[in-house]
Design a protein around this ligand. Structure first.
Ligand SMILES: CC(C)(COP(=O)(O)OP(=O)(O)OC[C@H]1O[C@@H](n2cnc3c(N)ncnc32)[C@H](O)[C@@H]1OP(=O)(O)O)[C@@H](O)C(=O)NCCC(=O)NCCS
Length: 162
């Protein structure tokens, strides 16, 4: 699998992966009726960099990296990852997260923070734990899950080695 920077022509494939995840409304905070333009702004235009994971010519996953805060908090990055439903459970997110940590260190970031990991997203939590992220705090009832009502979200953090 190759992980490479996003190219403009990748957007339809990337949106094809993001749209079902955002519409489901169970893992990201976006309104389930988010527009394609808004999604693109968030995933591609605002981040410092966006990447795609390509398996045998097919885009199967994507992630972005950006500073989590401005100014004096900008040495901590934030990333978001989505893998095509059909390709989940094959290590694609693990590979993308490891890649993102290398990109982060090379770009001078000194830590990575996930601001809002939905507590029912147990597969993701297990994965981030395995890759060295610690749960820093629980935001009680912070996520208005479309089916479950208000449930917790986690703040997860990994400080890179000096
Ligand atoms: C969460 C998400 C990114 C994980 O992506 P993924 O590519 O399925 O993740 P991985 O395959 O790396 O890891 C998931 C599981 O597959 C297992 N796995 C890894 N390589 C594997 C392989 N070659 N064959 C079978 N299983 C494998 C992992 O061990 C892990 O198992 P576990 O759940 O028992 O810990 C994906 O489910 C997704 O896009 N979800 C919707 C959006 C989302 O939740 N994003 C994260 C927000 S915090």
């Amino acid at each position: 699998m190759e992980i490479r920077p996003f190219l403009v022509e990748d957007w339809p494939a990337v949106w094809g992966i993001l749209e079902p995840a955002f519409r489901a409304g169970t893992t990201y905070v976006f309104s389930p009726d988010i527009s394609e333009e808004e999604a693109r702004r968030f995933w591609v235009d605002t981040p410092s960099q966006t990447f795609v994971a390509v398996l045998q010519g097919t885009i199967v996953g994507t992630y972005f990296i950006k500073p989590n805060q401005p100014g004096l908090g900008s040495h901590v990055c934030n990333c978001g990852y989505v893998v095509d439903e059909m390709y989940q459970g094959r290590g694609i997110a693990s590979t993308m997260c490891e890649h993102s940590q290398k990109v982060a260190v090379e770009a001078g970031f000194r830590a990575m923070q996930f601001n809002f990991v939905v507590s029912t997203n147990t597969g993701a939590i297990r994965l981030w734990n395995r890759l060295g992220f610690e749960t820093i705090g629980v935001l009680q009832g912070a996520f208005a899950h479309p089916q479950l009502g208000d449930i917790d979200a986690l703040v997860m953090y990994k400080k890179f080695a000096e």
